[in-house]
Design a binder for this molecule. Structure first.
Ligand SMILES: *[C@@H]1O[C@H](CO)[C@@H](O)[C@H](O)[C@H]1NC(C)=O
Ligand SMILES: *[C@@H]1O[C@H](CO)[C@@H](O)[C@H](O)[C@H]1NC(C)=O
Ligand SMILES: *[C@@H]1O[C@H](CO)[C@@H](O)[C@H](O)[C@H]1NC(C)=O
Ligand SMILES: *[C@@H]1O[C@H](CO)[C@@H](O)[C@H](O)[C@H]1NC(C)=O
Length: 313
């Protein structure tokens, strides 16, 4: 635009003197502000999403060994209560330090409607900071279909689907690397994965998976949302109901009970318990601090801590 103006100015001005004055003024008034604006946008763009930054990011990535691409995605919904602030804080630490190279894993805390004014402030703060909370349209403490509401709401409220969805308790310790490794070779559809009840059973096709933590493939989550079978049968022991729905709907042809990798903490639940073992996926019934600490110690969870002048642990 200003090149055109310049040519126009030169062609239409007959006196050299006049041209010089006008050109000088034009330079100051037009070119310099244009230059300033141009430079501003150039550097602003550079800062926001510049090609140079992408290049340097790539350079950093290349120094590391190539990461295996995620093979599947998993949503883990930890069903808990709004007032369990301390438990959420602790579980954020437990899961914040874990990741699997083969799975994109999202962890969310799931509960029913808030009931108190302090919750509306404190949980809003948690959401602003962590964005890891799902509040379902249901009422707490009534054994009245929270698990149903959880699965049946997901296709409607999530912005994208997952390959698998897990329901987990807030007193279970999940080890994400072995969990993902155990899912990787399994079918992505019509899958029901967990710890089969009764405790001593090894046949996942008879009863149901324990509520400590079970996984459904996304097609089954959609089925729960759409079918009248679960909708008509939401009151009762929640994990048992899921097994019943799937049986009635002739669903979950693919089942996997992960024993002995999933179990209740030693001494807490008869034949569902056994000693801690190295290849653990899930330890359940961690109700007390001494139990959590023993588990974290056994699995070397804090062994990776680097020495530092800043602390001495
Ligand atoms: C929440 O659940 C209640 C009772 O089940 C229902 O009447 C209401 O329409 C639901 N609200 C929303 C936003 O889904
Ligand atoms: C949950 O809260 C919403 C909004 O406050 C309300 O519309 C709904 O009826 C509540 N649902 C239940 C089951 O209490
Ligand atoms: C729902 O349950 C009622 C009572 O148990 C039964 O009569 C009805 O046939 C069921 N409907 C469906 C679609 O399963
Ligand atoms: C924890 O570390 C110890 C010592 O390095 C090792 O012997 C043990 O096998 C590790 N435990 C697990 C569960 O990986």
């Amino acid at each position: 635009m200003f090149v055109g103006d310049l040519i126009y100015l030169l062609l239409t001005t007959s006196h050299k003197h006049l041209t010089n004055i006008m050109l000088g003024r034009w330079l100051v008034l037009t070119i310099l502000p244009c230059l300033a604006i141009f430079l501003f946008f150039f550097f602003f763009n550079l800062h926001m999403n510049s090609p140079l930054m992408v290049v340097s990011n790539n350079a950093i990535t290349l120094k590391n060994p190539p990461r295996r691409q995620a093979q599947f995605s998993l949503l883990i919904g930890i069903l808990t209560r709004p007032d369990a602030y301390d438990r959420r804080h602790f579980l954020r630490l437990i899961y914040g330090i874990q990741s699997s190279p083969i799975a994109d894993i999202d962890i969310k805390f799931v509960f029913c409607n808030l009931t108190k004014d302090d919750q509306r402030v404190l949980i809003a703060l948690e959401i602003l900071r962590f964005d890891d909370i799902i509040i379902l349209n249901c009422t707490e403490n009534m054994n009245s279909g929270k698990t149903y509401t959880y699965f049946s709401s997901l296709p409607r409220i999530l912005s994208h689907s997952y390959d698998y969805v897990m329901k987990a308790d807030d007193d279970v310790f999940l080890r994400l690397v072995p969990l993902a490794a155990s899912l990787d070779p399994l079918p992505r559809i019509d899958l029901y994965y967990g710890f089969v009840i009764p405790c001593n059973s090894l046949n996942p096709f008879v009863e149901y998976m324990s509520g400590m933590g079970f996984i459904l493939s996304w097609d089954l989550v959609e089925w729960i949302a759409e079918s009248s079978i679960p909708a008509n049968d939401t009151h009762g022991p929640e994990d048992k109901l899921v097994g019943k729905w799937l049986k009635m709907g002739k669903k979950a042809k693919n089942r996997f009970s992960n024993k002995p990798a999933m179990y209740d903490y030693p001494g807490t639940n008869g034949r569902c318990s056994h000693e801690l073992i190295a290849d653990t996926v899930a330890v359940h019934r961690l109700k007390r601090w001494d139990q959590w600490l023993a588990a974290l110690k056994f699995f070397n969870v804090t062994k990776g801590l680097e020495p530092s002048k800043l602390y001495n642990i």
